[in-house]
Design a binder for this molecule. Structure first.
Ligand code: ADP
Length: 348
């Protein structure tokens, strides 16, 4: 039979993650082989030292998950990110899983941290985030140029076309338009992902913005036999301080969806309501609706469940980023088969 102390040593030093044990004051009591490999410190160098002081830089306690959660709040937490400083001075990102420790009489005696180095993962993530917008941008240019030349061909500027040639070119043009829309969504999303979006605010008239968006899609709506209504507020809505170009983007995304996911004969209603501190914008459709189990995920990037229509699955995720960057909130209510209401709030 293996002795308990020996068993503890074997498990501790064979763990694939770093382990640090501290007493209730945060003084290191134990440090396994993997912790030595990650930090560059030997166990003998850290035992008896304050954990946050030796490993966190700058050495303040709240930056240390072991101190902040296990010792201070006496809470367990799983995989929180933190930065530590190795013996050679290099800063690395780790994820830490921590827990307070209690003896058999429930007396608080210290804390334990299991951690792993995720610097390499973080580096790859940064590279991926930087590559995506460049890639999308390079893809957009040839598509835009091709669409321009197709329009010229179709207008007859390069010579007369037979009816069949014109109809084929029109199909190509419609396809390119869809591709361009997908790339634009992708570009916007990857830009938001690469760096935090900060709204470029100026005076924004929501009534005008909504009215002009409705006019943009009026023709398409008529073709689909979908009626669009704008319930004008009784008292004009005050002009708000917002990134108007991006608010336009949200409304255009929501309106495109309402049209895309509605059958002929459906109705789309816009409603603007002024509230004490914010303005509520609602787009109500009598379209296909969203199954209840899908509702929690529709604002997630790339989430799509309706495969009979084309789309990037990014429109709602982009809308959410924009609304939240304005300090607002966006949500959806829906009854499958009956219709959906998308609402968002913007602070006045
Ligand atoms: P996309 O429309 O490009 O797929 P979105 O992010 O705009 O991506 O929407 C995510 C998903 O939510 C859509 O694929 C669709 O299934 C659903 N959805 C969005 N708006 C509506 C709506 N008005 N009615 C029904 N389903 C909708």
């Amino acid at each position: 039979m293996i002795d308990q102390q020996q068993l503890y040593e074997i498990i501790k030093n064979n763990l694939p993650v770093g382990l640090t044990l501290v007493d209730k004051d945060g003084i290191i009591q134990d440090f396994n082989s993997q912790a030595e490999a990650i930090t560059g410190y030997q166990k003998t160098e850290v035992i008896g030292k304050l954990h946050f002081e030796i490993l966190h830089s700058p050495p303040y306690r709240e930056a240390c998950p072991l101190f902040a959660f296990a010792l201070q709040k006496k809470q367990q937490t799983v995989e929180v990110e933190s930065t530590i400083k190795k013996k050679n001075g290099e800063s690395i990102t780790i994820t830490a899983t921590v827990s307070p420790l209690f003896d058999k009489d429930k007396n608080f005696i210290g804390g334990i941290e299991l951690f792993r180095d995720i610097s390499q993962l973080k580096k790859l993530e940064r590279e991926r985030k930087n590559i995506l917008p460049m890639f999308a941008h390079d893809m957009k240019n040839p598509v835009t140029t091709s669409a321009g030349f197709l329009s010229r061909l179709l207008s007859g500027k390069a010579g007369p076309l037979t009816e069949i040639q014109a109809s084929y070119l029109q199909i190509i043009k419609d396809g390119l338009k869809k591709l361009e829309e997908l790339i634009i969504d992708f570009l916007e999303f990857s830009r938001f992902e690469a760096k935090e979006y900060i709204p470029l605010k100026s005076a924004c008239n929501l009534e005008d913005t909504l009215a002009s968006q409705i006019e943009t899609v009026r023709l398409e709506a008529d073709k689909k036999d979908i009626r669009i209504f704008f319930e004008y507020p009784d008292i004009p809505i005050p002009v708000i301080d917002a990134d108007c170009r991006m608010i336009n983007r949200i409304i255009s995304n929501l309106l495109d969806n309402a049209l895309k996911y509605s059958n002929p004969g459906a109705m789309i209603t816009f409603r603007l309501t002024e509230r004490e501190k914010d303005v509520l914008v609602q787009i109500i459709d009598t379209g296909k609706g969203i199954p209840e189990e899908q509702l929690p995920y529709i604002f997630d990037a790339f989430h799509r469940f309706n495969r009979d229509t084309s789309g990037s699955g990014l429109g709602l995720s982009i809308a959410k980023t924009i609304v939240e960057a304005h300090g607002g909130k966006i949500w959806a209510e829906s009854t499958h088969g009956k219709g959906s209401t998308f609402s968002f709030l913007l602070p006045k």
